[in-house]
Ligand binder design. Structure first.
Ligand code: CO
Ligand code: ZN
Length: 327
């Protein structure tokens, strides 16, 4: 889990992925793939093969905030980078790229009446505007502060969405012995602001098949929306989310590989949110796309929770998908 810890602890909101990109390139180059970076900053690792082009994708960015304006009193107004749950931001910590930590706070009564981003500010403890501007400027980005912890098979961290996907791709790159396919591993940027990096990477590759690897919600918490996915239930094979109807051939192959290898799996139909699978499917004249997801509680918070057994199941299924001959 040392590598996963390093991956989640890199601070990299959408469009500001330099730190995580450098780490991914270093890791990806260990396995003898041809590694390059595209114009938006996505990392593409290629292992040449004779068969169909199979693209596996995980996004390297995380949600965050961006400073928009500094008040005379030194409080920082901000905007969202990605899908923030505004109601839950009050009293959370965020960390800017230079290490400055601030507390998100609300204009109390007004926020309670109407939880809007414009009623929140970041307090970095600066005395006034001049003092604040020595530390943070409009345009600076920050991410949630939420360190990695593990107990038994349970892990908790910020940015499991989607560094755990990056981790699973890297582990798969290491494990795949021989592939009958032309294999591409894509570590894409800017997913959280609209599935952007995966779109340009897929255009570059134009794969026949693609599998997006990301986190998915669960239906196993007290009075949450019903969903047929739970922590510890194995790899989630995506059928649908808000961005994609997965290709039925891809879904069928993934299920039969799981059955054949005895890999625990569950069916993912995610009511909220999309994934890179959606953008990839609509690239060029279309790509047959599916997804393998890690069941995760409290997505888009500093305390995302997942299960190591599920991570292992996903890696086994990804490895099986790489070794299967796609026709
Ligand atoms: Co996300
Ligand atoms: Zn994600």
């Amino acid at each position: 889990m040392r590598l996963l810890k390093r991956l989640v602890e890199a601070d990299a909101p959408s469009g500001r992925e330099d730190e995580i990109r450098a780490l991914i390139i270093r890791e990806a180059e260990k396995f003898g793939y041809e590694v390059k970076t595209d114009a938006l900053g996505s990392v593409i690792a290629h292992k040449v093969g004779n068969g169909k082009k199979l693209m596996l994708d995980a996004h390297i960015d995380e949600i965050g905030v961006i400073a928009t304006y500094i008040e005379d009193e030194g409080f920082i107004r901000f905007g969202a980078v990605g899908g923030l749950d505004v109601k839950e931001l009050h009293k959370r910590r965020v960390r800017f790229a230079n290490g400055v930590v601030g507390v998100v706070a609300a204009e109390d009564e007004r926020f309670e009446k109407k939880p809007e981003l414009t009623r929140l500010y970041i307090d970095i403890g600066a005395r006034d505007k001049a003092a604040a501007e020595k530390l943070v400027c409009a345009g600076d980005t920050a991410v949630f502060d939420g360190g990695f912890t593990q107990r038994g098979d349970t892990i908790i961290s910020k940015a499991l969405d989607d560094r755990v996907g990056c981790y699973m791709l890297l582990q798969t790159m290491k494990k795949v012995k021989k592939s009958p396919n032309d294999l591409y591993f894509v570590f894409s940027v800017q997913e959280e602001v609209g599935l952007r990096g995966a779109r340009t990477a897929a255009f570059n590759i134009m794969p026949e098949y693609a599998i997006a690897v990301d986190v998915t919600d669960t239906g196993d918490r007290p009075s949450c929306a019903p969903m047929d996915v739970k922590l510890g239930g194995g790899a989630a094979i995506k059928v649908m989310d808000r961005s994609v109807m997965c290709d039925s051939h891809v879904v069928g192959i993934l299920r039969s590989l799981a059955e054949e290898k005895g890999i625990p799996y569950q069916n993912e139909i995610m009511a909220d949110g999309g994934t890179d699978a959606g953008a990839i499917a609509l690239t060029g004249s279309g790509v047959r796309a599916g997804g393998i997801s890690l069941p995760t509680r409290y997505i888009h918070s500093p305390s995302e929770m997942a299960d190591i057994g599920d991570i292992k199941a996903c890696i086994r299924l990804l490895t099986a998908a790489c070794e299967y001959k796609w026709e």
